[in-house]
Design a protein around this ligand. Structure first.
Ligand SMILES: Nc1ncnc2c1ncn2[C@@H]1O[C@H](COP(=O)(O)OP(=O)(O)OP(=O)(O)O)[C@@H](O)[C@H]1O
Ligand SMILES: [Mg+2]
Length: 509
């Protein structure tokens, strides 16, 4: 049988000593406000008389996930792997592993341990070191490219009934620091799907029209934007309603010196006959995972965690990225302050070379502003958005913008890409001049793949070639493969042919 890359820590965690927790008896038998419909659910722990709502003892709990040191009671905090699955495992030395707040510098910490391959039940399991979370995320050079991945996951849920995705600023209750919220009302994830979401290379998407295909976007994007992410998902399948909470925390893994990726998760199932929420996978597993969630997530009680489902509705997913990365100037890379209805990239306003008369027109042009304004980027991110679906950025709907509508003297050019003599589909390019041409310095092609913008204003001819000045095109090229960060295409011969064809089109316009 093929080797399996083992990333799902939670099953292993069943054997781990549960960290001492302070019980909060007040929550047992107490009704929790659950969703918008005020549906009251009770949390009940199966096979246990232990009350459900547990809270870290104040001495052990960190007050700030980033500034915390080590507690001395948790087996995980002692730098051990959650389970000794080899019989040969060794105890890793405790490592303080301070995390740098700047993304591009946060990839190296010395945990004093090397990755290893372990043998369990005769099979070789490869482990993925936590540093891989960082290196994997470096594929996103641009923070908005990472946000786009999370929007893609919501847009892929349109076929499962999603009608909105919310992108907003929220705050980490531990310390009030800004956090990024992405929430949709798609079908949500059941416990298994949540595990796959947190794993690498698993994609559930079977539909040909889905944007997601590599099973990596969630991990690269969240880890590119911040050190930590918590996910809440509610899923309803026939009569079974589940709620799952998962935590992918670079801070936790680095600070506790883990040599492999451990993802604390808890799952609940709604019992319709008793109208209570019951924990899944056994009390011991639940308690150890909950304990880690309460220590390393922004929420310090189970009730606070469960409150996050209050606005999720019947099904959907909420992703909260916290401990957002800083830029080189020491500011949070995502700027929530300059425009309360937008998210900007701090310090990324582009200076445009143009005569003073046309400077403002150039600076205000969509081809310039999408670099630093999320509202502008999201307005062109999808070629088509169904009327039933809205992207809501910081409380205001993003207006869809079709760049093809900005063109004067538009032409529609059919191209049939071919390899080895066989036609690989067909694509119609809309090409014309920007309305502001020749006074704006932008040109190039906006290349979409399965409805998603991959290359914005891709310059196939040099700017110095005056024949291309102001010429802009829009096309959907489904016959070429996007690269893993979805900001470029694989450089196949089909792609090279497309590039040559688009050059010709530019010169002929
Ligand atoms: N908002 C969401 N709602 C429902 N399921 C989701 C959501 N986000 C992620 N998932 C699930 O998690 C899986 C992994 O997501 P991820 O973005 O990592 O990969 P992908 O979308 O399948 O492929 P790609 O790497 O191309 O984005 C998805 O296949 C999907 O099953
Ligand atoms: Mg995806």
């Amino acid at each position: 049988m093929a080797d399996i890359v083992d990333l799902s820590s939670d099953d292993e965690l069943g054997d781990v000593d549960v960290k001492p927790v302070k019980l909060e008896p007040g929550l047992v038998g107490r009704k929790l406000q659950q969703n918008e419909n005020n549906e009251a659910l009770l949390v009940k722990h199966q096979k246990s008389k232990t009350p459900c709502a547990i809270r870290e003892s104040e001495e052990n709990r960190s007050s700030n996930a980033l500034s915390t040191g080590h507690s001395n009671s948790s087996i995980l905090d002692q730098g051990q792997s959650p389970v000794d699955d080899t019989g040969l495992s060794y105890t890793s030395p405790l490592s303080p592993a301070p995390l740098c707040r700047q993304f591009w510098k946060a990839g190296n910490y010395n945990d004093g341990i090397g990755s290893k391959v372990t043998i369990q039940n005769g099979k070789n399991y490869l482990h993925v070191h936590p540093m891989f979370l960082h290196s994997n995320a470096t594929s996103h050079k641009w923070a908005f490219g990472a946000i786009a991945e999370l929007l893609d996951n919501a847009v892929d849920e349109i076929q499962n009934g999603a009608t909105f995705v919310i992108v907003d600023k929220t705050s980490n209750p531990r310390d009030g620091s800004p956090a990024l919220l992405i929430q949709d009302n798609g079908s949500g994830m059941d416990p298994e799907a949540m595990r796959r979401c947190m794993s690498f290379g698993f994609s559930d998407k079977k539909s040909k029209s889905a944007i997601g295909q590599y099973g990596n976007g969630f991990k690269t994007s969240t880890m590119r934007l911040g050190a930590d992410v918590i996910v809440f998902s509610r899923h309803q399948d026939k009569r079974v309603l589940t709620q799952s909470i998962g935590l992918l925390s670079y801070t936790f893994l680095a600070r506790t010196g883990h040599d492999r990726i451990v993802v604390p998760m808890v799952d609940y199932e709604f019992n319709t006959s008793t109208e209570t929420l019951e924990i899944m996978h056994g009390t011991e597993h639940f308690m150890s995972n909950l304990s880690m969630l309460l220590q390393w997530s922004p929420y310090s009680t189970e009730a606070d965690l469960l409150k996050q489902f209050n606005d999720i509705g019947a099904h959907g997913t909420k992703v909260i990225i916290y401990n957002l990365w800083f830029n080189d100037d020491g500011n949070v890379e995502l700027d929530f302050d300059t425009d309360p209805e937008d998210i900007r990239i701090s310090g990324d306003t582009k200076k445009v070379n143009a005569s003073s008369k046309w400077k403002t027109v150039n600076e205000e042009h969509i081809a310039n502003r999408f670099h630093y304004s999320l509202r502008v980027y999201l307005s062109i991110l999808y070629l088509r958005i169904p009327e039933t679906f809205q992207i809501v950025l910081r409380g205001r709907v993003v207006e869809h913008h079709n760049i093809a509508n900005d063109l004067k003297f538009p032409e529609f050019i059919l191209y049939k890409p071919q390899t080895g003599g066989s036609v690989e589909g067909q694509v119609i390019t809309t090409i014309g001049f920007l309305k502001e041409a020749p006074h704006v310095s932008f040109h190039g092609f906006n290349v979409y793949h399965k409805n998603r913008l991959i290359l914005p204003f891709w310059q196939v001819v040099s700017y110095l070639d005056s024949r291309g000045r102001g010429v802009v095109g829009v096309l959907e090229a489904n016959f070429v493969e996007p690269s893993h960060n979805k900001q470029d295409f694989e450089k196949t011969s089909l792609f090279q042919k497309l590039e040559a064809r688009l050059k010709e089109m530019t010169w002929n316009t």
